[in-house]
Write a protein that binds this ligand. Sequence first.
Ligand code: DQA
Length: 147
Amino acid sequence: MLLSGPNLDLLGRRQPHIYGRQTLAEHVERAAVVAASFGLTVEHLQSASEHELVKAVHDARGHAACLVVNAGALTHYSWSLADALASFDGVAVELHLSNPVAREPWRHVSVLAPVVAGTVAGFGGLGYELAVEAAAKLAGFARSGEA
Ligand code: DQA
């Protein structure tokens, strides 16, 4: 499952010098191609609502093997999303297009980082591929033909 937080629906038009010109749909497609190479499918939810994202994490329990989460600004203050992720029984990976620690000080803290397996940040759209690959491999999936 791929979760996208507030303002990510504007990707492609939103501060392209920071976030690039690709749309969220294009990033999701990129993630889906990598997931498919592991025999996995991607379910995607974008929401500006903390409530909907927390509920999606709850619904992922026992249903999704992996969660890849770009929570947008919620990354930096959503304790409820952190608590939800801490209760997830699969592999969760935090994802950012930009490198938040190289930006404004308020972006330097991620309240999600302590409860995820790892963070992929600063690689632009490539991060969607890297995060899915990391999550799938950590969850024990292999690409067909790979050990
Ligand atoms: C972001 C980084 C966050 O700090 C920011 O609030 C976003 C996007 C990223 O993908 O680089 O909305 O998560």
